[in-house]
Structures are given as C-alpha cells and as structure tokens.
Design a protein around this ligand. Structure first.
Ligand SMILES: Nc1ncnc2c1ncn2[C@@H]1O[C@H](COP(=O)(O)OP(=O)(O)OP(=O)(O)O)[C@@H](O)[C@H]1O
Ligand SMILES: [Mg+2]
Length: 250
C-alpha cells in the first residue's frame, strides 16, 4: 500500500500542495483529475521524489519516509519503488527503443546485459512493439514512443507506476493504443496513479478518483460517486467544463 500523509510542497512562498492525504491499495488504479495548476504533476513528482516535498510522509509497503529528516540514501531508496511515465515520453533520443528499456535494467537493477536484453524484448512485445526494437524515438510515432515509455517503467518493477497525462501530447488517433496498453497492465494488478483528462478511460479503469484543486484534495471516491454524484460545487463545475454533455446539476 502507498500512503501519503500531510504531504506538502512549496516553491518559495507559493504552496502548491497543502497537506495531501491519500491511500492507494496494492493493485489499485487511482485517477487524479483537476484544473491546470492544481498541483497534479507536482504531486506525482513528489511521490517519485523528482521534487522533494517540503513536509509530510510517504510510505510504500513497509518503507516510510518523513521528509522533515529525509537523507539522500532514503530518497534514493524511495525513488526506486516508483516509476514515472511522462507526458512528453522523455526517451533518450540517441538510444533505440530496446536500449531505452534496457537502460534502467543495466543501471538501476544492475542486470547482466543479456538478461536485460531478453527482459526488454519481452516488455516491448507486451506493449506491441516487438517489431520496433531497433528504432530510434525519431522513427516512432508519439503513441509508439509512449509505449516504449511504459515498457521502460514496467522494466523497473516498481511498486507503483505514475502516469502524468500520458496521452495528452498525442494526436487523437493514437490515444487509443496507449490507453489500451495501460488498461492491459492495470488488469495485471499493477498499482497506478494516473493523471488524465480521458474521462471514459477514468470511468472504466479507475478504482478510485481524486479531484484536486488549489493544492488540496477537494473530493474523492469511486468513479460513480465522483462522476455521477459529485458533492462539491468545485467538482461539479470542473466536470461540467470537461464533459459538457453531462448534466451535473443534481
Ligand atoms: N519548479 C517549479 N517552480 C515554481 N513553481 C512551480 C514549479 N513547478 C510547478 N510550479 C507551480 O505549481 C503549481 C502547480 O503546478 P503543476 O504542474 O503541479 O499543476 P498541474 O495540476 O499538473 O497542471 P496542468 O494540468 O497544467 O499540468 C503551478 O502554479 C505551477 O506554476
Ligand atoms: Mg501537470
């Protein structure tokens, strides 16, 4: 289980996350929604410790870290329990699809080259890229690059995969293939926290939906609770804006 306790982050005087409490059970898919600037990316970056939280705790399994006195070694250990899939894919441009996936296995997991290669090929096959092993990112579509990003995250066997708007940089016709891969791995019971505006996907795949605004969790619940029976005015307004065809006047 992953547990965030009173997690806060400020940039200078600007408090971007304000005492976030969140629990994610093993195998659960949590979707985070919220307007631009509400702190969604910052939250994921704090869980991945790409940003160091200003305060609060993160526990993943039996590992618990209080950021008021976190040492470098602890941060390193926590970082290894998570993997991130970025909006802009963030692949190494000068490495092939296969080398991109192998990188973490060689450097982080310290696997021998042949084992890393075999595992990476299997993962690329899993995301439907068995025929693109030697392609460079510039030779791949956005959807294919993102699927390499997903294979790379899976390779690390993290306790949780964090997705930051994984389809929002894609042309509409490529969104489906990436969501299909995420759906497939969700079914395998991998714990995920997904920031997305894909409401259909969120309804289908999420076990739990969190709506954030202004650095706090305004409302959370099952997809049915949040999408069909939002309680908070801010949630209703947000949902109305992004899915105007639905009527949230309830
Ligand atoms: N490195 C940084 N330095 C200073 N301020 C930052 C930094 N990163 C984020 N912020 C600020 O934190 C706030 C939250 O940003 P964040 O990127 O987390 O929002 P978001 O919910 O992911 O938005 P979007 O939907 O546009 O991606 C914004 O006001 C942003 O300007
Ligand atoms: Mg963001």
């Amino acid at each position: 289980m992953i547990k965030l306790t009173q997690l806060s982050k400020s940039f200078g005087r600007h408090q971007v996350l304000n005492q976030i409490d969140l629990e994610v059970s093993k195998g659960e898919v949590v979707v985070i929604l919220g307007p631009s600037g509400s702190g969604k990316t910052t939250l994921l970056r704090c869980v991945n410790v790409l940003e160091k939280p200003s305060g609060g705790e993160i526990s993943i399994g039996d590992f618990k870290l209080d950021f008021r006195h976190a040492r470098k070694k602890d941060i390193h250990q926590l970082r290894q329990k998570t993997a991130m899939v970025f909006q802009q894919y963030n692949l190494f441009r000068h490495k092939t699809a296969l080398e991109n996936v192998m990188e973490g296995l060689l450097i982080v997991k310290k696997l021998p080259k042949e084992a890393a290669r075999e595992k990476s090929i299997a993962l690329l096959e899993k995301v439907g890229l068995g025929s693109k092993l030697d392609a460079y990112p510039s030779q791949l579509s956005g959807g294919q690059q993102q699927r390499v990003g997903i294979a790379r995250a899976l390779a690390l066997e993290p306790e949780v995969i964090l997705f930051d708007e994984p389809t929002s940089a894609l042309d509409p016709e490529l969104v489906g293939e990436v969501l299909a891969v995420i759906r497939k791995i969700a079914k395998e019971g991998i714990t995920m926290i997904v920031v997305t505006h894909e409401m259909g996907f969120a309804r289908d795949v999420a076990n739990h939906v969190v709506f954030m605004d202004g650095g706090v969790i305004v409302e959370e619940g099952t997809p049915t609770e949040v999408f069909n029976h939002p309680r908070e005015e801010r949630t209703k307004q947000f949902l109305k804006r992004i899915t105007p065809e639905l009527n949230y006047s309830i």
